[in-house]
Design a protein around this ligand. Structure first.
Ligand SMILES: Cc1ncc(COP(=O)(O)O)c(C=O)c1O
Length: 366
């Protein structure tokens, strides 16, 4: 995949008052995220970050990293450890300021004439492209939102997809995604929620394919959204270009310590146990929603479910009055006002939420 020069060939630029060029960015609501749904006194079912995290042992590692805080961060060791974990070489890995930074760096360095984003999915990949003046084509998968490779235009030179996908919770088969890889195309797979799936059978993080880039996040499972740590795995020349584009010392020393700790055998065993337990709790949530007449996108594999029900936005407002924040899903291309996304929590919280939803539904005017 060629790497871009400074000129992105944007058609979305126009002069501002000072005669300089600036980007005209229309995010189409793409920058609405679950964190803007939560607030004081609300039980958070809107943000897909595991509750009660980080665990004590990880907090202790973060605290002890403070002893090195006066030095500039050095990502070498953490990069090597993360690379080893995925069976990759260090020059195939770049640690980033959360997965979100990876999308920004990719948008900056990729020379793409026909970018395609597969929706519904997390909206930052498209927002990052738009922020540099690129307007991607959207492939909107129909319900039940499973990837059909034949829908991807053959001349797409950049394809971005999530697996498992936020907000649908759908896990695409790795083989179907892999079939999209080809020379001259960059295939970006956002695996921010891969560790929700026991054994990660559909992950491509350890696979080398032409133009394949895997983006991972450590903020969800480990409750590190405020620390900001993720990484990207891909062809060395692309990773090198992203490293060049990344601000110097971008990933802090505590974030580097977290990266190393989160791929340790201890962390992986803990995450695997959690993923198994979470699957059971997700079933309880999905069954409860189904019993209330909601449609839940089948085969959910993430730490959240995607739900369609009549008057969803009004129910969301009523739920807020009852103390529960759920995420509106109408800001995801391909979904409409009848969709919500609900995080999997402990059974007690789920039971209280389902009771509140039933009440809210009964409160709706006939
Ligand atoms: C699918 C997906 N990818 C990436 C991210 C960004 O993660 P990070 O916190 O690592 O930047 C999110 C955050 O919500 C997400 O839902």
């Amino acid at each position: 995949m060629p790497v871009a020069s400074d000129d992105h060939g944007s058609t979305d630029q126009e002069p501002d008052q000072a005669g300089q060029r600036r980007h005209v960015v229309d995010h189409h609501g793409l920058r609405h995220h679950g964190d803007s749904e939560v607030g004081p006194g609300l039980v958070d079912l809107a943000v897909n970050v595991r509750q009660g995290m980080p665990p004590t042992w990880l907090r202790e590692i973060l605290v002890s990293s403070m002893s090195e805080i006066s030095a500039y961060p050095n990502a070498e060791r953490a990069t090597r450890v993360v690379a080893e974990y995925h069976g990759r070489d260090p020059d195939e890995v770049l640690l980033t300021v959360g997965a979100a930074e990876a999308f920004t760096l990719l948008a900056r360095v990729l020379a793409t004439a026909r970018p395609v984003v597969v929706h519904p999915q997390f909206t930052e990949p498209e927002a990052a492209l738009r922020a540099v003046g690129l307007v991607p084509d959207r492939v909107v998968l129909p319900d039940p939102f499973v990837l059909d490779a034949s829908l991807i235009p053959g001349d797409a030179d950049l394809v971005m997809i999530g697996n498992p996908t936020n907000p649908t919770s759908v896990l695409h088969p790795a083989a179907t995604i892999a079939s999209l890889a080809r020379p001259g195309r960059c295939l970006v797979v956002d695996e921010a929620f891969a560790d929700c799936v026991p054994g990660e059978p559909e992950s491509l993080a350890s696979v080398r394919l032409p133009g394949l880039v895997v983006v991972r996040s450590l903020t969800k499972t480990w409750g590190l959204a405020g620390l900001r740590i993720g990484y990207v795995i891909g062809p060395p020349e692309l990773v090198a270009a992203m490293r060049e584009a990344q601000p110097l010392w971008a990933v802090s020393t505590p974030a580097l310590a977290a990266a190393e700790a989160c791929v340790s055998p201890r962390a992986q065993a803990e995450a695997a146990r959690w993923a198994e337990e979470m699957a059971g709790r997700r079933q309880v949530l999905a069954d409860g929603l189904g019993a209330l007449g909601a449609y839940v996108v089948p085969e959910a594999r993430g730490s959240f479910v995607c739900v369609r029900l009549p008057h969803a936005l009004r129910l969301r407002t009523l739920l807020r009055k009852k103390g529960f924040a759920v995420r509106r899903a109408d800001t995801f291309p391909g979904l409409g006002p009848e969709w919500l996304r609900v995080a999997v929590r402990d059974d007690e919280t789920t039971a209280a939420f389902l009771a509140a939803l039933k009440e809210a539904r009964d409160d709706l005017p006939a």
